[in-house]
Design a protein around this ligand. Structure first.
Ligand SMILES: [Fe+2]
Ligand SMILES: [Fe+2]
Length: 163
């Protein structure tokens, strides 16, 4: 077991930024510039975080049989999260449906990051060696930057997403 404090603290830092953006979004109203800007910021930030987290952390954890179930669970949630973000972007911002969908996403995403922080990260830490930790720390920052440059808001209704 290597000291993985650094990589997990880095991921938690992002999660705290995401919580702050969710708090701000909850205060927005109708089809405002503020809501548009914050949603774009949140979407790009969360999509790139989740992708880099998969490439740095979850790809490593998939190679550790004791944590495979937790890893699969989280990656499946990332997929659902992407669909929910796309669905929200395809929903009329001035409708009450938008706020309803936002509240569901807010609830589900907070659940996801709380579960990572409280359950998964401490379990993962027990299976990491020094090389894993160094690899993850290097890969996460590099990939997040690259993913963020590519991340986009892609409006797509959930029903279409399932076809
Ligand atoms: Fe995640
Ligand atoms: Fe995360």
């Amino acid at each position: 077991m290597a000291d993985s404090t650094d990589i997990f603290e880095r991921l938690k830092q992002d999660h705290d930024d995401h919580r702050a953006l969710l708090d701000k979004l909850a205060e927005t109203h109708g089809e405002s510039e503020e809501r548009k800007d914050l949603l774009e910021q949140f979407t790009r930030e969360v999509k790139s975080h989740a992708a880099a987290e998969e490439q740095a952390l979850y790809s490593t954890m998939l190679r550790k049989p004791p944590t495979t179930d937790e890893t699969r669970h989280s990656v499946a949630e990332h997929h659902e999260l992407n669909e929910a973000l796309n669905d929200l972007a395809a929903t009329d911002m001035s409708s009450s449906a938008w706020m309803q969908k936002f509240k569901q996403l807010d609830h589900d995403y907070r659940h996801h990051i709380n579960e990572e922080e409280e359950d998964h990260f401490p379990d993962f830490a027990e299976h990491l060696n020094k090389d894993d930790v160094e690899h993850m720390r290097e890969v996460f920052d590099r990939r997040k930057k690259e993913e963020k440059a590519d991340a986009e808001v892609t409006p797509k209704k959930k029903s279409e997403a399932k076809e």
